[in-house]
Design a protein around this ligand. Structure first.
Ligand SMILES: C[S@@+](CC[C@H](N)C(=O)[O-])C[C@H]1O[C@@H](n2cnc3c(N)ncnc32)[C@H](O)[C@@H]1O
Length: 216
């Protein structure tokens, strides 16, 4: 059986650093599109929890568009948390990042209650148990009527973009437990935890934004 590298990691790209903040090339491309989808879907004064915040650029973009919300970023990775926390010192509503491993039982008890749980580009670059932990935790964390927002590439059977199939192969070569997830599998997982897929939004570079809603 293949040896599996430790679960911690996880930047697939070279990130630049300035003033304590990290900058990822992918975030320069997708922070605006993600902000434009997510910001209008958050309720007034929304409490947002983010899993796998990375550099914190998505949090910054949405908080700048929605100064009424509070956003708690989290990550496994020390450098990511330091970067998001550096942004928190400059952006209203953005809190210092906390350490959360979404694969651990009970992670959701730390942040308390949320109106939205956000997770971008994590579930394909981590074992499936992370997606399972995310959905399980969301069932307790997210208030009735609240949402889970996922962003990233997904497999959609014959309709899957060739670039996402190639990405799936390269992820599995890096770690056999990683891989682009099937939209059906992810939807089924969240359905088993009381969330319905409300919106599937096509994003640049064959990514999707998915909005799952917990019924009132
Ligand atoms: C590819 S990066 C994405 C970062 C950012 N969300 C973005 O879209 O640019 C994946 C992030 O997930 C985090 N991560 C990996 N496994 C995790 C886990 N089990 N729980 C929480 N975060 C995790 C990594 O530390 C990393 O920052």
């Amino acid at each position: 059986m293949a040896e599996t590298p430790p679960a911690k990691t996880v930047a697939l790209e070279d990130r630049k650093q300035s003033g304590g903040k990290l900058y990822a090339p992918s975030s320069a491309r997708n922070a605006g599109p993600i902000r434009d989808i997510l910001a209008p879907r958050l309720i007034e004064g929304a409490r947002v929890v983010e899993i796998g915040c990375g550099t914190g650029e998505h949090a910054e973009a949405v908080c700048m568009a929605r100064p009424d919300i509070s956003w708690l970023p989290s990550d496994l990775d020390d450098a990511a948390r330091a970067s998001a926390s550096a942004r928190a010192r400059e952006i209203a509503g953005l809190q210092d990042a906390v350490e959360i491993d979404a694969s651990t039982d009970g992670w959701e008890t730390g942040p308390g209650t949320a109106d939205a749980l956000v997770c971008c580009n994590v579930i394909h670059i981590s074992p499936w148990v992370v997606a399972e932990g995310l959905a399980k935790g969301a069932e307790t964390l997210v208030a009735r009527g609240g949402l889970v927002f996922l962003y990233g590439p997904f497999l959609e059977g014959a309709a899957t973009a060739p670039s996402n199939l190639a990405f799936d192969v390269s992820l599995k070569q890096r770690n056999p437990q990683w891989g682009v997830r099937s939209l059906d599998a992810v939807t089924g997982l969240f359905e088993r935890h009381s969330f319905a897929l409300e919106e599937r939004i096509e994003m640049p570079s064959n990514n999707l934004s998915l909005v799952f809603r917990r019924p009132e």
